[in-house]
Design a protein around this ligand. Structure first.
Ligand SMILES: Cc1cc2nc3c(=O)[nH]c(=O)nc-3n(C[C@H](O)[C@H](O)[C@H](O)COP(=O)(O)OP(=O)(O)OC[C@H]3O[C@@H](n4cnc5c(N)ncnc54)[C@H](O)[C@@H]3O)c2cc1C
Length: 550
């Protein structure tokens, strides 16, 4: 039987599928579209999504296929009046390798993820529209969900995840409401267009904002003459927005910019975008879960739609993986909604606030889309301190540097203790597993206990982080040397190596801190790992899943 049926092969479904497939789960991905969708949408991953793509092994390809985000050139009355690079100060830092996002068309990123998935032997099944779902109710859970398609034989899966976008059939079939608003007056027309060679400087994102409208043109990386076109729509005599057409785009170009309309040689993937701010009140019903736009939609200001979906998928993948493997109880899946629903709510607020700031900024000459970008839009600050999976660590408000349980686990450059080769903590975390970091000699015992319990289990790895002055001759396999002190600084464990005390950090497979505790607190580590991975080698693991319908 299929372990997980993923409905929808957008970025959310593809990231989830890659994460599950690499864990060996039997995954199917179906999409109602007969061919890979190629819509004019997101402009690329933010820094946190890049970390996730790195973990999935596709970051290099994404970087090669895209470009650095571009400075914005802003015009008024057809003349350039200001330039801004909202990413100018966003350099990589020791604790975050990606200081800024990356410019790449959503369809191109999806292509890279589809190829990655194919590498695991999983191919998206096109032209398969889910029209029915049936799962047991009131304790009558048969351990599966029956799925009906518009065409072809029905299917069965242990879990179904609706990654089927804003108009999600899965959400509707579950009867989950999608509360919020659609702003009929905030409308934009979009498309991928070609401009005559040399018509515009391709090192800038051009933005014309006038009293009566706007046109934005951003070069599409990997193309010679392709541009993302976004504009306020033309309107009819009664002020109603007109549908986008190539000729309409040419008129908008001629009206707002110094380019002649004929400079636009081709336009495709035309669509009208309305600001929708809505979210589901539940992300799970029994064996069916929702992720990405199916669970939440919001203004595109700040570029967080696709990114939030990618980050949903990365939160859910490892939890489904551990439940399917029989290591964790199905209650672990409850923590998906517990963690991601508040993040979605916050994202709705943040993007609405960024949209207001942008609309305000563009009323003045020189204002532009840079008003939408803040440190919040990097995604690096998203954490789950409130989660029942955030255990131990200093009391809230306690004065101590470093992350709290629930926070994103910082990266840090360091050296492999055995080979001296450069590596990073995020490279240590990469792959579908939990990592136990030990700082200071005092962490040796808890690392040994963990290795003894889970040593044969590829799901849990231990990593001793040696301070530069510690003797690491004969270090355990996988140990690293914090030669520049970045790891100690990032985790607030500065004194561990000096005093012989130590700190132990359990890092979840999605790079969030689960436990941060003194190294002699082996019990916290033991209990945490038991919740996620059972009791290790000695565990009497159930052959199948212990599961229950909520
Ligand atoms: C103009 C525009 C600009 C944007 N810019 C950005 C940006 O800069 N940054 C950003 O992060 N986000 C941006 N977004 C938002 C981003 O495109 C979406 O958030 C993202 O596509 C959501 O991904 P998803 O995988 O959740 O859903 P989708 O990409 O919508 O994929 C859903 C898939 O499900 C399939 N499907 C639907 N129903 C069924 C069914 N019943 N059975 C089977 N398959 C089904 C569909 O065919 C589709 O392929 C933008 C959006 C627009 C419109």
């Amino acid at each position: 039987m299929t372990d997980v049926l993923i409905v929808g092969a957008g970025p959310t479904g593809l990231v989830l599928a890659c994460d599950l497939a690499r864990r060996g789960a039997a995954v199917r991905v179906v999409d109602r579209s007969p061919a890979p969708p190629r819509t004019s949408r997101a402009k690329g991953p933010n820094p946190r999504s890049l970390e996730i793509l790195d973990d999935l092994g596709v970051a290099e390809e994404v970087l090669a296929a895209g470009s650095d985000p571009l400075p914005m050139l802003k015009y008024r009355d057809r003349r350039p009046v200001a330039e801004a690079d909202p990413w100018a100060d966003s350099a990589p830092s020791p604790d975050a390798r990606y200081g800024r996002g990356w410019l790449i068309a959503q369809w191109r990123l999806e292509g890279i993820l589809r190829d990655r998935l194919a590498g695991y032997g999983v191919r998206v099944e096109p032209g398969r529209e889910v029209v029915g779902l049936a799962q047991g109710r009131d304790g009558g859970d048969g351990g599966h969900v029956d799925v009906t398609y518009a065409d072809g034989p029905a299917g069965r899966a242990r879990y179904v995840v609706g990654c089927d976008g804003a108009h999600s059939s899965v959400r509707k079939l579950l009867g989950i409401t999608f509360e919020g608003t659609t702003a009929e007056d905030q409308v934009m027309v979009c498309g991928d267009v070609d401009l005559a060679d040399g018509a515009l400087d391709r090192t800038r994102w051009h933005q014309w904002f006038d009293e009566d409208g706007a046109v934005m043109l951003c070069p599409i990386p990997g193309t010679r003459t392709g541009w993302w076109f976004q504009a306020g729509p033309e309107r009819d005599g009664r002020g109603r927005p007109l549908a986008p057409t190539a000729d309409g785009f040419r008129r908008l170009l001629a009206h707002h910019t110094a380019l002649p309309g004929r400079a636009l040689t081709r336009a495709e993937l035309l669509s009208t975008y309305r600001v929708n701010v809505r979210m589901a009140d539940r992300f799970r019903a029994g064996r069916v879960l929702l992720a990405g736009d199916a669970a939440h939609v919001h203004a595109i200001a700040g570029g967080l739609g696709m990114n939030t979906g990618i980050q949903d998928a990365f939160n859910l993948g490892w939890k489904l993986g551990l439940v399917l493997a029989g290591h964790a109880d199905a209650e672990l899946l409850d923590t998906y909604e517990e963690e991601r629903l508040p993040v979605a709510a916050r994202t709705l607020d943040l993007t609405s606030e960024r949209l207001r700031a942008t609309l305000e900024a563009i009323r003045r000459p020189g204002g532009g889309l840079d008003a939408a970008i803040t440190p919040d839009t990097t995604g690096l600050g998203v954490g789950y301190r409130w989660s029942s999976l955030a255990a131990g660590g200093p009391a809230p408000g306690a004065e101590q540097p470093g992350p709290r349980a629930g926070d994103r686990a910082p990266d840090a450059p360091c050296a492999d203790a055995a080979t001296g080769e450069r590596t990073r903590l995020h490279r240590v975390f990469a792959g579908p597993r939990t990592t136990v970091l030990g700082f200071g000699p005092g962490s040796a015992a808890v690392l040994r206990e963990t290795a003894d319990a889970y040593g044969g289990d590829a799901d849990v790895r231990v990593c001793r982080v040696y301070a530069a002055h510690e003797d690491h001759a004969g270090a355990e396999p996988g140990a690293v040397v914090d030669d520049a002190g970045h790891a100690a600084a990032a985790y607030g464990t500065g004194a561990s190596g000096d005093t012989g005390a130590g700190t132990v950090v359990v890092v979840r497979p999605d790079h969030h801190v689960g436990v941060l505790a003194p190294a002699d607190d082996a019990r916290s580590v033991r209990e945490y790992l038991r919740r996620l991975h059972g009791t290790g080698r000695s565990a009497e693991r159930s052959p199948g899943m212990v599961d229950a319908v909520r």
